[in-house]
Write a protein that binds this ligand. Structure first.
Ligand code: A2P
Length: 328
């Protein structure tokens, strides 16, 4: 089933159909995790400046490339324009900083990380932890965000050879349509939370109709985020997708794990999952999803599990909901 290993983007370029997500993968774990991932066969790596791990990823990639264990052109590296740089004047320098940290001359996909914006933090460091807040702990927002103006700069990044593809993340249908109506280069990718309890079917149909590939983040239900929300009290009950009885039963039918069924279900919908793991065994397991196929009945039963339940909420972005373009 080799053809399943890649998706073709709307510009004809290919993207490996599964990637490794690195959100909430700390620096001290990521370098060894990347070694294990590259050894297992991952070639698609998803990161972002706000994950604070681009330098560690860059070190691992450089080692692999310099020792001829992997060719740069066989890798597919995605990074993102963070919300603290969501302004036309910040695009080029922010991408160049990511490239410096990743030790690359280009990335394969550059995404606008989210439709919202905050000012550059005074500390210069970019993560939700360092963003400026008011006395109630709410983020200070930059409400002047104009996606079309930012997109023009994103298009320039392709023309300058700094990225092969451009896309968006966490955008809604209306925001994407505005870009489609006002762009030279169409977005080739939308990255959103998508898992069996949060299926986003309208957005998926819209993207399919417009030939925009979807990447699913937190496809396994992001255990790290669930634990963080339980501790913060923003989630009342634990959510473990791979323990859902339907998922467990289907997994038994195929002699696979629940995680593999959750990923296979996404892949079979023509969507690219980017499960995060820093554990070599689980990294390998998450890649071993090309040797079985879910039946139509199993696909339908999994489709029936949708609860509209978003796991990656914005509790740690308190105040961002006041931004006029907020989609969370
Ligand atoms: P770990 O990094 O220790 O493997 P998501 O991709 O939805 O964000 O989920 C990531 C979470 O799921 C992490 O806590 C990760 O832990 C865990 N995880 C990743 N792969 C598997 C798997 N195959 N089985 C169980 N847990 C997994």
């Amino acid at each position: 089933m080799t053809s399943e290993r890649f998706f073709t983007l709307n510009n004809g370029l290919e993207m490996p159909s599964i990637g490794i997500g690195t959100f909430m993968a700390p620096d001290h774990e990521i370098e060894t995790a990347l070694d294990a991932a590259l050894k297992a066969g991952y070639r698609h790596i998803d990161t972002a400046p706000v994950y604070l791990n681009e330098k560690a990823i860059g070190k691992a990639l450089r080692r692999w490339i310099d020792t001829n264990q992997v060719k740069r052109e066989d890798l597919f590296i995605t990074t993102k324009l963070p919300i603290h740089a969501n302004r036309p004047g910040d695009v080029e320098k922010t991408l160049k900083k990511s490239l410096e940290d990743l030790q690359l001359t280009y990335v394969d996909m550059y995404l606008i990380h989210a439709p919202v914006a905050v000012p550059q933090p005074a500390s210069g460091a970019g993560s939700s932890l360092t963003y400026d807040r008011d006395s109630n702990g709410n983020l200070i927002i930059d409400p002047t965000t104009d996606h079309v103006k930012i997109w023009k700069k994103m298009e320039d990044m392709i023309e300058m050879g700094l990225t092969k593809n451009i896309g968006v993340s966490n955008f809604n249908q209306k925001q994407i349509q505005r870009l489609l109506d006002n762009s030279k280069i169409k977005p080739s990718n939308l990255q959103i939370e998508l898992q069996v309890y949060f299926q986003q079917n309208d957005l998926v149909d819209f993207c399919k109709a417009n030939n925009i590939l979807i990447t699913a983040y937190s496809p396994l239900g992001n255990r790290d985020m669930v634990k963080r929300r339980l501790a913060a009290g923003t989630l009342k009950e634990d959510i473990i997708l791979f323990e859902d009885p339907t998922v467990v039963e289907i997994a038994k039918n195929h002699n696979k794990t629940g995680a593999q069924v959750l990923l296979r279900w996404i892949l079979q919908r023509g969507i690219c999952p980017i499960p995060k793991s820093t554990n070599p065994g689980r990294l390998q397991q998450n890649l071993d999803i090309y040797d079985f196929k879910l039946s139509d009945d199993e696909m339908n039963r999994l489709a029936g599990l949708d609860k509209g339940l978003r796991i990656c909420d914005t509790s740690f972005f308190k105040g961002i909901e006041k931004h006029p373009e907020c989609t969370w």
